[in-house]
Design a protein around this ligand. Structure first.
Ligand code: B12
Length: 306
């Protein structure tokens, strides 16, 4: 029984990070069932692709995105207003900035999804498109060219598109994935870094609990003790009190060490002074660093289950 649009071998190979000839060899050896087109090309049913990926313990997040999008990453099927031909280019920054300024949500969404469909990497999307555009928004606000309500509108629009992308990288079996917990400290209302971090880590095969902005760190410590994540990430954009935050980070670090969790901190307000004398956490400047750290330290499926 077919479970969705059949996938091409190249698509499945890309999603699993293997060569297409290897995949074809496995198919020919009978390890995956396929159907054939009239021209004898191999087509793989989505459920069969997932079964195989899981049996072989591949990371399945990219494959799940591909399947959710009907075989076309960022395709017009799931997001009707995505321009198929439009690709990531240097003008995307200006296009997104202009669309946000006009409060043209459709166009804003189109630019972000087209860029994501092209680069397929949340970290790059954040570092090269969303963050530069939001900086321009902040500069515009600083010069009095953007009203506060316009900045709010822009944040809402960007946040809702990133949230929609997150929904598409929902793993089927959470229990099989290692857990990461993310938050922004008390007094910090920023949500975008957290959402982008969540998306970037999901792409790396993490199950992410995003505990949101403005979270008292004492409460985060309770969450750490109760959920026992393998990774804790903070995205911090608006600093309130560096002395209080330093103390809280020290306590958070202690609870992370108790359970053997790794801790990575970032966001524009996260300065090295905030962790002076605290051993363990690292500070990253970019979302790419969060992505790479997540990839590096990710326990494999068995370890995550034990
Ligand atoms: C949107 C925004 C808001 C929104 C946030 C809404 C929301 N839902 O998130 C709202 C309206 C709440 C807001 C309020 C304020 N804001 Co404001 N805001 C911004 C703005 C425009 C964008 C911030 C953003 O979301 N960026 C996107 C994120 C993803 O980027 P980022 O944090 O730089 O992160 C990058 C890296 O650090 C890394 N990263 C992020 N997280 C993580 C995590 C890890 C683990 C790692 C490794 C890496 C990483 O990835 C990103 C790059 O891809 C900035 C402008 C700017 N230059 O940033 C001003 C800005 C930060 N705000 C500013 C100010 C002054 C304020 C207010 C004090 C204004 C006021 N008087 O009320 C309040 C304070 C609110 C509070 N206490 O939280 C100033 C701060 C100035 C300063 N000296 O610190 C800025 C710089 C604007 C300006 N040009 O003056 N703001």
């Amino acid at each position: 029984m077919s479970t969705g649009r059949p996938l091409k071998t190249q698509q499945v190979a890309d999603a699993l990070g293997i060569g297409v000839s290897t995949l074809k060899r496995w198919i020919d050896a009978g390890r995956l069932e396929v159907s054939r087109t009239v021209g004898r090309h191999r087509l793989i049913d989505p459920a069969e692709a997932l079964r195989f990926a899981r049996d072989q313990q591949f990371q399945t997040s990219q494959l799940e995105v591909l399947i959710a999008e009907g075989g076309e990453h960022g395709s017009a099927e799931t997001f009707p207003d995505v321009e198929k031909r439009s690709a990531w280019d240097s003008r995307s920054v200006e296009r997104l900035f202009d669309a946000l300024k006009r409060d043209d949500r459709r166009e804003s969404r189109r630019v972000i999804l087209a860029a994501y469909g092209h680069i397929k990497d949340a970290a790059q999307l954040s570092d090269e498109l969303i963050c530069p555009v939001m900086r321009m928004v902040g500069d515009g606000w600083g010069r009095g060219e953007w009203d506060v309500f316009e900045e709010h509108q822009a944040s809402q629009t960007v946040g809702s598109v990133v949230q929609a992308l997150i929904e598409k990288v929902r793993p089927v079996h959470y229990a099989l994935l290692p857990l990461a917990i993310g938050a922004a400290p008390e007094g910090d209302q920023s949500t975008l870094g957290l959402l982008l971090g969540e998306l970037a880590l999901r792409e790396q095969g993490w199950h992410v609990k995003n505990l949101g902005a403005n979270l008292p760190l004492k409460s985060l410590i309770r969450a750490v003790r109760s959920h026992r994540p393998a990774l804790i990430f903070l995205s911090h954009c608006h600093l309130v009190d560096p002395i209080i935050l330093h103390d809280e980070l020290r306590l958070l670090n202690e609870s992370a060490r108790e359970i053997g969790a790794q801790m990575i901190l970032g966001g524009r307000a996260m300065a090295p002074d905030l962790i002076r004398g605290i051993e363990g956490p690292i500070i990253g400047q970019s979302m790419a660093q969060l992505r790479d750290f997540g990839r590096q330290i990710r326990p494999n499926h068995q370890e995550a289950n034990n």
